[in-house]
Ligand binder design. Sequence first.
Ligand code: APR
Length: 260
Amino acid sequence: MPGATDRVSKSAMERARALLREAQRVVVLTGAGVSAESGVPTFRGAGGLWKEYRAEDLATPEAFARDPRLVWEWYGWRRRVVQQCMPNAAHVALAAAARARAGFRIVTQNVDGLHAAAARAPNAMPLELHGSLFRVRCTVCTERREEDGAIDATSRETLPTCASCGALARPDIVWFGEALDSAVLGEAVTLASSADVCLVVGTSALVHPAAGLADLTRRNGGSVIEVNVADTPLTGTATVALRGPAAVIVPELLAGESTE
Ligand code: APR
């Protein structure tokens, strides 16, 4: 495989490495693109559709209220897809950097659990902005639980229910039109505002408030490094934009960060 510097200009890669070396605090913001080389379909790219539905048609409270069976069937499919995927070289390199240096935190929009699977230590665990495919929560009470089993969506009666009150359970995921958990968002805002570098990997930077985190870093005097296969709304203001697949660029960018 060609090295990342064959695709990306050497000076851009060197500049990004120098920014990371000099930074005390680094926040990494990832999106679906970081998991693309693991085989997880991105939302807005090819393969982002399930049957004829787009994510925006199913990942909403209205869609769940209208047809919980259909929405659970989709999440059951997504669980099965992700369970066949492994963390790729980008997840592994980010986790190693987080283990190796204090002040390096991973914040993800992904619900696929692949950063957590690569973590191997508490300080490499990601802050999951949009929840997890592997947690459910009650639609009535406050019950939440980890769950990674198959979903039986053959009828409304077979869908997951709350272990304490018996009401219908839902994926513990932040849907379109819903607010992020305020404690989780507050932590992400603090990390982004105080970061010397925000490293943005594989996100279309379209969905707020996550998309605004890099701007917080920039407005507070920090730098933004973007890794993506395509331009995004962030590219114009990024300090350095590295074009290419995350699983190639990120390990090369972080080479030498960890001594493991
Ligand atoms: N390496 C790097 N970037 C990649 C790769 C790759 N191999 N493959 C795709 N990308 C980029 C695409 O160019 C795009 O900019 O990853 C981005 C994926 O964008 P989306 O599919 O829109 O995913 P994301 O930005 O994570 O979506 C944000 O929207 O659907 C909701 O809540 C959901 O968390 C999700 C949020």
